[in-house]
Design a protein. Structure first.
Lengths: 287, 299
């Protein structure tokens, strides 16, 4: 008992602790948001100066202008082409990945069959192997078959995605088997049960994986960088990267374009935050 | 045909077929070829068997060891920076002080950096760590009369910039993992502890940390892979794969240089095989230690 009273005597009053905690967390949040605010301010500045001098706290407020925004919407060359490519590729790849991966996951979750363990252990292994490890063998394969510079080759190897399979399997394990039996009694095929009975009640899992995959695919950089050759096929990250060269003189587009590329994901995040959290934490995201 | 659609014995194989095809076509076969190519000299599509000569060359290549050193150093430092700090921050955010809305506001803002692509994050950090006196980071350290530092031209400053980028992007992600882990700890544990007179700090070390073990193991695992496989952060920060004295070159950067930039496929395959063996050894050790294999086969 005496220990307890001692601590109460010396402990900070609750209000003071809460205040310190609040001030600390607010300052940390500000520090975390500085880089994004800085690039946002950069969108109003002269691009060459920003590249030459770096992002800075010395902001010449009178020189800020909307010129870059006018340029973005009237004269930004290939920018919206890249944006459009990224959008189409993201939508198609997300839809394909969800369909194929949930299909596979259903097989793992609902049946017992010889070889299941070995196959599932491969899923677990692939979940943690970073893509970087596989980039060269895949690159050689793609070149040998003359498939470089196609969107198909960006999408197809990743449709059966280990992380997404794992996530859907966990979700399907929670679905009562009686539902399947009821379907069988009614004469629905095994695939009909998946498409007509199970998928419609899996919307939370679909939403979580759509958002997680959407973010990853929208930001996907390395594999498209290896595969894509023709500028008209570039996605946003690839296009932006081409602007980051010493010979380039379109630094305004680099800065405002980089900033604008974050906006779709940011909007999704603000609208569907809880799905981001469940997708990230229940599955497994490569760091 | 109709019978096939109803067969419960055949169905699972059809369901997992896309995965098996992916595994064979895009993992097993390319990997098998990489093993074979690692014993060959590949010139203009002509392959000659040269035994282990590529591996010998690799062993004697100082640039490879520099890349290995850079990757391991980065991985160890990210483990030190990106596990204890996010864990403490998660505990700080996850207290009962303040409302749910305040809690989710902090969680949400700290996660925002993870939404940016590595390209955008790299561009921003390259500009913040500009070597000019007016660069943002040089301005900050200028307050205490340090610098200006030529960030990306020197080894340790370059490493600091890289770690700052990693911390910026992943602190929020790891906080999210830890908060999820903390929320799964029954609150009775804490109530019992505070009745017994345990302070918040004691509760953190005696209750939170032991019960977070699965999350800690998971975050450690992905941080090891992520650290050893780091490439793009460096690639963007240095605006390409070359840096002064290879100070920013990582294992994957070396693989990229040999395989893709120099098209030395035999030798690069040997690099890839070595990296893969290192990673898979850690992977399998980790999965068997954490009991994942046993758990999954018991189902």
């Amino acid at each position: 008992m005496s220990r307890r009273t001692d601590r109460e005597k010396y402990a900070l009053p609750r209000g003071v602790f809460a205040l310190i905690q609040g001030v600390f967390l607010v300052s940390l949040t500000i520090i975390i948001l500085v880089p994004l605010v800085a690039i946002f301010i950069g969108t109003f500045q002269d691009g060459n100066a920003v590249i030459r001098n770096g992002i800075t706290f010395d902001i010449n407020w009178s020189e800020l202008s909307l010129d870059n925004y006018v340029m973005l919407f009237t004269d930004s060359g290939p920018y919206f082409r890249w944006f459009f490519n990224s959008l189409v590729l993201t939508v198609v790849q997300v839809a394909g990945t969800l369909l194929v991966s949930s299909f596979v996951a259903y097989g793992f979750a609902m049946y017992d069959f010889p070889g299941k363990n070995a196959a599932f252990i491969s899923v677990l292994l692939l979940m943690t192997v970073p893509f970087e490890m596989m980039m060269l063998p895949l690159y050689v394969l793609v070149n040998d078959f003359g498939l470089a510079d196609t969107y198909a080759v960006i999408v197809i190897p990743f449709l059966a995605a280990a992380v997404t399979i794992f996530f859907f399997r966990q979700y399907f394990l929670g679905i009562p088997k009686e539902l399947l039996e009821a379907g069988r009694v009614d004469g629905v095929t095994e695939f009909g049960i998946f498409f007509k009975l199970v998928l419609p009640i899996s919307k939370p899992a679909i939403a979580a994986m759509a958002i997680l995959n959407g973010m990853i695919i929208w930001n996907n950089f390395l594999w498209p960088l290896l595969v894509l050759r023709s500028p008209e096929k570039f996605t946003l990250p690839i296009g932006l990267n081409t602007l980051l060269t010493p010979h380039e003189n379109n630094y305004e587009l680099l800065i405002i374009g980089a900033f604008f590329s974050v906006i779709p994901i940011l909007a999704l995040y603000l609208a569907f935050q809880r799905f981001f959290v469940s997708g990230m934490t229940a599955g497994a995201l490569k760091g | 045909m109709k019978k096939l659609l109803y067969s419960q014995r055949l169905a699972p194989y059809l369901f997992i077929a896309p995965f098996l095809i992916t595994l064979a076509a895009f993992w097993a076969i390319p990997l098998g070829r990489a093993f074979i190519m690692s014993t060959q000299e590949v010139l203009y599509g002509e392959a000659t068997f040269i035994g282990l000569a590529n591996y010998e060359r690799l062993w004697n290549d100082n640039v490879f060891w520099r890349a290995m050193y850079n990757s391991v150093r980065y991985m160890v430092l990210t483990l030190i920076l990106l596990i204890p700090i996010p864990m403490a921050l998660a505990a700080l955010i996850n207290t009962r002080l303040g409302s749910e809305r305040i809690k989710s506001f902090f969680k949400a803002s700290m996660f925002v950096p993870a939404l940016t692509s590595v390209v955008v994050a790299g561009i921003i950090f390259r500009l913040m760590f500009s070597e000019t006196e007016s660069g943002l980071i040089n301005q900050v350290i200028g307050i205490v009369d340090l610098g200006p530092v030529r960030w990306l031209r020197e080894d340790i400053p370059g490493l600091i910039a890289l770690l700052a980028l990693a911390m910026w992007r992943y602190t929020g992600v790891n906080i999210m993992y830890f908060i999820a882990g903390m929320q799964s700890i029954p609150s009775e544990y804490y109530e019992a502890a505070s009745i017994d007179g345990a302070s918040k700090i004691q509760q953190f070390f005696r209750i939170t940390i032991p019960n977070l073990k699965p999350t800690i193991v998971y975050v450690t695992t992905i941080s090891i892979y992520g650290g050893l496989a780091m490439f793009l952060e460096s690639f963007m920060l240095y605006a390409g794969n070359s840096s002064p004295n290879n100070q920013g070159l990582t294992l994957i950067g070396y693989l990229y240089r040999k395989g893709i930039e120099e098209n030395d496929l035999g030798f690069a395959s040997a690099v890839g095989v070595v990296i893969l063996v290192v990673i898979m050894t850690i992977n399998i050790t980790n999965l068997s230690f954490s009991g994942t294999f046993r758990k999954e086969s018991a189902r």
